[in-house]
Design a protein around this ligand. Structure first.
Ligand SMILES: Cc1cc2nc3c(=O)[nH]c(=O)nc-3n(C[C@H](O)[C@H](O)[C@H](O)COP(=O)(O)OP(=O)(O)OC[C@H]3O[C@@H](n4cnc5c(N)ncnc54)[C@H](O)[C@@H]3O)c2cc1C
Length: 389
């Protein structure tokens, strides 16, 4: 495998770097989702106007139609420029959009894709329920067909951005006759419909990123079904593949950059033994070096996954390996950050908010499928081990 970029890709990187340098917002993303929504949408709009929205989306849907390598270069430069987290645009850009491109009808694509790219709408993901997280196929939010509508009753939980979303990628049970993977339907839910109630959940880092969503006789047109009624499981698997796929690149690079910043902090802080700086401490130096080696390994794994993804339109289970690796690395990095900061690491909002980032890092082992579930996927689909029951 040739790890060098081509001259064309190098030129593309220069172009991206210059544009981001001149256009990425310098101010931080606002702390609450309600304040962040207009910020996220305006930044998405600026990327669209600059011709940078949907780098690898097909041109016919308003994207640039470029390669996944160029998409990765975009993510890399994005993180290097310290551009803001895409926040409430995440679901639309990184998985609802790609799912609609591969599985949506022409009408659904024409209606939704341009608005996602242009930063006009926010999407959220209504998959998890109180009794269906890891075992997603156990979901029980019911939808009955009545005329041209699905009538939805039930509850979702942990729905990020639901309180600021316009649309939802919603999984409902339309049939209980077959096995649990049969009879699920993937439908585009309009969050403003009568009968949709959103209640934010406060998390241990003080934020309220996700919500409970309740549905009482919500009427969703059958025209909003993506794929076929009762065949939503295969659509959901593509969505989760995208969620665990290239979308992680930006976070990986942000983690790599945090590690570099931590090295600088370590040179400025006293060592736990009181002799020299934390950077001079053998144990801390060893842990930093190990993290740096792992960041390099992660980049190699990412390149291998992207190379494979270039040959297949839908991401495979390799994204699960990356997700396990990144989540574990992130928790250890944030923990080491708190140790190096000493007592300052106990005060929220200090030292580039390492305390908050430490608390938040644990969520990466859960969101998008827990590390245990990713291990099951790797065992079964990559290593060919017997299926978990
Ligand atoms: C930051 C964040 C954002 C999220 N955003 C969304 C969102 O926008 N939309 C959405 O739908 N959901 C979202 N989620 C929910 C997330 O997908 C679920 O939390 C996750 O799938 C786990 O489900 P659960 O919480 O029900 O845990 P459970 O499934 O109850 O799992 C509990 C524990 O048991 C373990 N476990 C369960 N089954 C197995 C097994 N077969 N083998 C080994 N171990 C097992 C799990 O690993 C876990 O440690 C988000 C979660 C987080 C943390």
């Amino acid at each position: 495998m040739d790890l060098d970029v081509t001259p064309e890709e190098r030129r593309f990187r220069d172009e991206v770097r210059t544009w981001l340098h001149e256009n990425a917002p310098k101010e931080p993303r606002p702390p609450t989702e309600a304040e962040a929504r207009p910020f996220d949408l305006a930044w998405q709009r600026a990327q669209f106007d600059g011709g940078w929205a949907g780098v690898s989306w097909p041109k016919e849907y308003g994207g640039r139609g470029l390669s996944l390598i160029q998409q990765m270069i975009w993510h890399e430069e994005y993180a290097h420029a310290d551009a803001p987290y895409i926040g409430s645009c995440f679901v639309g850009i990184n998985h609802a959009g790609p799912t609609l491109i591969t599985r949506g009808s022409d009408e659904q694509k024409a209606c939704h894709l341009p608005r996602i790219l242009a930063g006009e709408v926010v999407w959220c993901q209504g998959f998890s329920e109180p009794g269906a997280g890891s075992d997603l196929a156990s979901l029980s939010t019911r939808a009955e067909i009545d005329g041209d509508d699905l009538v939805v009753n039930g509850q979702k939980i942990w729905t990020s951005f639901a309180d600021v979303a316009d649309y939802q990628e919603l999984l409902v049970r339309t049939n209980t006759d077959g096995g649990k993977h049969v009879g699920i339907t993937w439908v585009i839910g309009d969050m403003t419909l009568p009968g949709v109630e959103v209640r934010p959940i406060r998390t241990m880092d003080g934020g309220a990123e996700f919500c409970e969503v309740f549905y009482t006789d919500v009427r969703i047109p059958l025209a909003n079904v993506v794929g076929e009624v009762d065949d939503g499981w295969s659509v959901a698997m593509s969505t989760l593949g995208f969620e665990r796929g290239t979308a992680f690149t930006a976070r990986q690079i942000a983690v790599a950059r945090s590690l570099e910043k931590l090295m600088t902090i370590a040179k400025d802080r006293p060592s736990p033994s009181g002799v020299g700086t934390a950077f001079d401490d053998d144990e801390i130096a060893m842990r930093l070096a190990r993290l740096r080696a792992e960041v390099t390994a992660m980049r190699a794994m990412t390149l291998a996954a992207i190379s494979r993804a270039c040959r297949s339109p839908v991401p495979g289970p390799e994204g699960s390996m990356l997700k396990i690796f990144l989540a574990d690395l992130e928790v250890r990095l944030r923990r080491l950050g708190l140790e190096i900061l000493g007592p300052d690491g106990l005060v929220m909002g200090t030292a580039a908010d390492w305390p908050n980032a430490y608390l938040r890092s644990h969520a990466s082992k859960i969101g998008g499928g827990t590390s245990e579930i990713q291990r099951n996927i790797v065992g079964e689909r990559v290593l060919g081990l017997p299926k978990h029951r």
